[in-house]
Every structure is written in C-alpha cells, then in structure tokens.
Design a protein around this ligand. Structure first.
Ligand code: 5RP
Length: 225
C-alpha cells in the first residue's frame, strides 16, 4: 500500500531524530522548526529527550508543543551556539535553497537558522522542485507598509496577496507572492530584503539547508548541497 503523506513525514522525522542522536554531541541545544513535519520531529525528539540539554523554538506553537513533552525551551538570546536546526520547507531545490513560511513562522525560523551550525531540512518528496516559486512566497511585512511593499513586489514581477486574518508571532502581516518563477533565489532574497517595510522573506537561499532528509516511499534519501 502507498504511504500517506503523514507516514512519509513521520519517517523523515525519525531520520532527523536519528541524526540528532548520532551526529550531535549529547547535552546539546537543538533548534526546532515549525509546521506539520517539524511537529512529527518534536514527537520523535521527545523519545530521546535525555540526550538533549534544551531547545530553541522557531514559533510559539513549537514552544508549546516542546514544553508539552517536558522538553526545556530557551530564549535564543541565552544561547551562544546551536549545533543543529531541524525544520521543514514548502519547496526545496537540489541545491537546498528553500521557500519557507507557509506556516507564517519564517522570521523566527530564519533567525534560528542563522545561529545554527547545521540546517537539516526534513521534507516529503512532494517538496523537491526544479525551480522555486510555484508555492507563493511569504513576505512578513510591517502592517503600515503593507500597500507600499505590495507595490514594490509587483514591480519585481509577483502578485502579492494579503494572508487574510493572520498575524505573525511578531505582530506583523504576511503577503503571499504568487506568479514567481525564481531563477536566482539568492538575488531575489536580497532584492526583497531591500524593500522598506519588509521584515523577512521566505527565501532561504543565502543561508540554504546543509542537509536534506527527503522521505520517499522507498526510504529516506539524504542530499547535501
Ligand atoms: C512554517 C514553515 C514550514 O517549515 C513549512 O510551511 C512546511 O510545513 P509542513 O511541514 O507543514 O509542510 O516554513 O513557517
């Protein structure tokens, strides 16, 4: 029988927990991402929580789930080094550039990823693409700059749509940019960062993943950049 998407996510979450158990020194602090795949990872991490000193969470939802398992969560400002950060993605290329932010946690995710020595991306095979952009690119924006940022994103060739009824953990709004075929992810990431009023965009190309654990029906594949 074919594996369901949840079974694929659980398999890759287990592989990521194995990575933590075997490749990361015991007593380390682990960065934890946000989303349904990250949630499966949190549940697997709970099984090896004696090996983990503490975690840093990339969202309030993740913090609550970690604490629900009795796993300690630290403020990032209390931490000087994170050996690994484990998170999902909405799209990822073979070069390990990603679109993230489908769950709206992109800013905290990018901050935790910036501190981490290794970014391990956990995905099912549906997320692997040749070109980023079919998934609308999330752009976290200061609320008063929403219309200005939307006009600037249109000039870059996209069609921004406000994510209705959604406020980020940082009190901002998200513009989801449709209609992009992103030939130069790092260049576009920089260009969008230059728009005044943008907090963060969901391109993770300047700091891509280091390792992709990709769930397929025949097993978890490992890809390095
Ligand atoms: C949240 C994210 C997630 O990593 C991304 O949306 C993937 O989520 P899922 O594992 O549920 O498919 O960037 O902001």
């Amino acid at each position: 029988m074919a594996m369901t998407q949840d079974e694929l996510k659980r398999a890759v979450a287990k592989a990521a927990a194995d990575h933590v158990a075997t490749q990361v020194p015991a007593g380390s602090i682990i960065g934890v991402g946000t989303g349904s795949t990250a949630n499966f990872f949190i549940d697997e991490l709970a099984k090896i929580k004696e090996r983990v000193a503490a975690t840093v969470a990339s969202s309030e939802a993740t913090r609550k789930r970690l604490e629900g398992h009795g796993i300690k969560v630290l403020d990032l400002n209390e931490v000087t080094a994170l050996p690994v950060y484990v998170d999902g993605a909405d799209e990822i290329t073979a070069g390990l550039a990603m679109i993230k932010g489908g769950g709206g946690a992109l800013t905290r995710e990018k901050i935790v990823a910036a501190v981490a020595a290794e970014f391990v991306c956990v995905c099912d095979q549906s997320k692997l693409v040749d070109t980023l952009g079919k998934f609308p690119l999330p752009v976290e924006t200061i609320p008063m700059a929403r219309a200005h940022v939307a006009r600037a994103l249109e000039k870059l060739g996209g069609q921004p749509k406000l994510r209705e009824g959604f406020v980020t953990d940082n009190g901002n709004v998200i513009l989801d940019v449709h209609g992009l075929a992103i030939a130069d992810p790092a260049g576009l990431e920089t260009a969008i960062n230059q728009i005044v009023g943008v907090v963060t965009n969901g391109l993770f190309a300047r700091r891509p993943a280091d390792l992709l654990l990709l769930a397929t029906p025949t097993g978890v594949r490992t890809l390095k950049a």
